[in-house]
Design a protein around this ligand. Structure first.
Ligand code: 13P
Length: 251
């Protein structure tokens, strides 16, 4: 099965309302409507404005996090239904910046993953090892545990229709991307893990690489057979760089 490449811009906690609108307009104007899916994930306060700009264009909208709860007394949280309401199609869950700094557990990530799907959003579940874990030779074990949490209790079918992003923590924002062959090996291991539960899901799940993707390294990373696109941080804040990355993915 040919998996359609996907490139997602994670804007993180950057920019102003004006900059978000400017960036969204530049992507809509410059994005080549080609063979890759493209999405951007602005900060919550800018979602509605960006939704208005990208509506009806090939640029899809996503959020950076979601509550595991459906609604109710959860001050400061944003529900999957609300995200769907404002035009989101995608949502990132389990980003390492939330796992490591905010103590998000595998179980919490799994709950967000399920809630997103129930509300008609496509989750992008992030996994990845720290430098310490890699140096200890535990990278595959750690990522395997994170993937297993998604696959448990019949979750494998859902994973087949979703996206997993492999983002080694040591490569995020450091300018030091994983070597394409090393990333490929981990993507293969993730796909094999999914296959051990459900072969069809392993064929269809898109596995993105994230961590210092830029316009220079994107083509080589995306040429690997199990790398289906990228989750891009810093370089997604510059329209020219992000569009170049989309082009490298075939879009
Ligand atoms: P950078 O591309 O800035 O390394 O960030 C990657 C990332 O965390 C995307 O979610």
């Amino acid at each position: 099965m040919a998996r359609r490449p996907l490139v997602v811009g994670n804007w993180k906690m950057n920019g102003t309302a004006r900059e978000a609108a400017h960036l969204a307009r530049a992507l809509v104007d410059g994005h080549p409507d080609g063979a890759a899916d493209v999405a951007v994930c602005p900060p919550f306060p800018y979602l509605a404005a960006v939704a208005g700009i990208v509506a009806g264009t090939p640029v899809a909208l996503g959020a950076q996090d979601v509550s595991p709860q459906a609604s109710g007394a959860h001050t400061g949280e944003v529900s999957a239904g609300m995200l769907h309401d404002v035009g989101c199609r995608w949502v990132i869950v389990g980003h390492s910046e939330r796992r490591t700094r905010l103590g998000e557990t595998d179980e919490a990530v799994r709950a967000k993953f399920e809630r997103a799907r129930e509300s008609g959003l496509a989750p992008i579940a992030c996994v990845g090892e720290t430098l310490e874990e890699r140096e200890a030779g535990e990278a595959e074990q750690v990522v395997g545990r994170q993937v297993d949490a998604l696959l448990a209790d019949g979750g494998a079918e859902a994973v087949g229709e979703s996206v997993i992003a492999y983002e080694p923590v040591w490569a995020i924002g450091t300018g030091r991307n994983a070597a394409p062959e090393d990333a490929q090996a981990m993507h293969r291991a993730v796909r094999d893990r999914v296959a051990s539960r459900r072969a069809a899901a392993a064929e269809s799940v898109r596995i993105l690489y994230g961590g210092s993707v830029n316009e220079k390294n994107a083509a080589e990373l995306f040429s690997m057979p199990d790398i289906d696109g990228g989750l891009v941080g810093g370089a997604s804040l510059d329209p020219d760089r992000f569009i170049a990355i989309c082009r490298a993915a075939g879009g």
